[in-house]
Ligand binder design. Structure first.
Ligand code: FE2
Length: 378
């Protein structure tokens, strides 16, 4: 074989700013900065952090040579004694300019009023004992937005312990947890605990808490059924029936507030939340935290009818799952997707005691990835 044949046999072409090479899906282009920055040696094997700093390169990175050896691309860099070797499978993953695969990116499955029997359930003991069950539990929350933990110990610690299986407890202005407690004695015959309208929690915070935990410690009252619905199901039905009103609720930021003597929390949120692809990810709604709207009055001519129509849809029997959370159960749900409320209750005797807390959705997804995928470095 002569030298000319050797050169022409090299399938890697060096360009001005990057190189091209053939991959399984066809010819692919890679920028030299990207290649130099993402040399496998750029990452510390112990911390897994990037230890190479491209800001310290004296000149723009440029190869002297590049070739394919078996299943790898090898690049010799000009001006530095450094050779990089990239598995072709690694290059394949980045050749299309698509977001890196995310195992926690699960399609949401909408559910309706009849979902109660199908809610994913996990015992507290199995979650503590088996990481694979924690992964299945988180997956249910990613896909359906809700799951129930059963056989919870009747202790303050049980709630914290459950939340810590997916991340840290995330404080709000209520603190690390909140108690909803009603004692009703036989003498209080007329005692009525009012209904709680359908809402998501604390929308006045800049980042409303992502995952909510409600641990029912005691529940012997009559009535007071829990009302839960899937905001994705309602918003998608709303889009179908009223596309222009859907657009208004998905595009217009409205003000929420929570104010008292020592705090004045304010935020602006969209009632219907979409991802970058236009899919509904959830809703933010709370009548008792909806601020005096400062939108232009003529915009309100169209916004308010849409807002009210959507609010009425949140009462629709098609969507509202009605059930009783029993003592020893902890319902865990996506606070940006699942809208919840409570029917009124009147009881001659009984006790209702609920302890709640929040965790962060990003931490939940992080735990899920760590439990289910290999990561980049294994
Ligand atoms: Fe709530």
């Amino acid at each position: 074989m002569d030298t000319l044949a050797d050169v022409s046999a090299n399938p890697v072409t060096l360009g001005d700013k990057g190189l091209t090479l053939p991959l399984a899906a066809g010819e692919a282009y890679f920028n030299y900065y990207w290649l130099r920055d993402n040399c496998p040696s750029s990452f510390d094997s112990a911390t897994r952090e990037r230890s190479f700093d491209i800001m310290h390169l004296g000149a723009a990175p440029r190869p002297d040579w590049a070739q394919i050896d078996g299943g790898s691309l090898t690049v010799g860099w000009a001006g530095e004694a450094h050779v990089s070797t990239y598995p072709l499978s690694f290059l394949e993953a980045y050749s299309q300019g698509l977001p890196r695969f995310d195992p926690a990116e699960k399609p949401r499955r909408a559910w309706f009023a009849d979902h109660y029997g199908a809610i994913a359930r996990f015992s507290h003991a199995e979650l503590k004992a088996e990481p694979a069950r924690v992964a299945a539990w988180i997956e249910a929350i990613l896909v359906e937005g809700v799951a129930i933990v059963t056989e919870m110990p009747d202790t303050d610690e049980a709630l914290t312990e459950t939340a810590e299986l997916m991340g840290h407890v995330r404080p709000t202005f209520f603190g690390l947890y909140f108690d909803v407690r009603t004692h009703i004695k036989p003498t209080n015959l007329a005692y009525t605990a009012g209904a709680l309208e359908m809402h998501t929690d604390t929308p006045a915070e800049e980042y409303a808490p992502g995952v909510q935990f409600l641990h029912m410690r005691r529940n012997s009252v009559e009535g007071g059924r829990n009302l839960f619905l899937d905001g994705v199901a309602v918003a998608e039905a709303f889009r179908e029936a009223h596309p222009e009103e859907f657009r208004l609720l998905a595009e217009t930021e409205v003000p929420y507030y929570c104010e008292h003597d020592h705090y004045d929390m304010r935020s602006r949120q969209r009632v219907i939340e979409l991802d970058g692809n236009g899919n509904v990810t959830g809703v933010t709604i709370s009548q008792h935290m909806f601020d005096i709207s400062d939108l232009p009055q003529d915009l309100l001519d169209s916004y308010y009818p849409a807002f009210v129509r959507f609010g009425k849809m949140l009462q629709d029997d098609r969507f509202v799952m009605k059930f009783t959370l029993h003592a020893g159960e902890c319902i865990v749900f996506d606070n940006h997707r699942i809208v919840h409320g409570r029917a009124a209750y009147t009881a001659e005797s009984g006790e209702r005691y609920l302890r709640g807390c929040y965790a962060d959705r990003a931490e939940m997804r992080s735990t899920y990835r760590a439990l289910t995928s290999e990561g980049r470095f294994k």
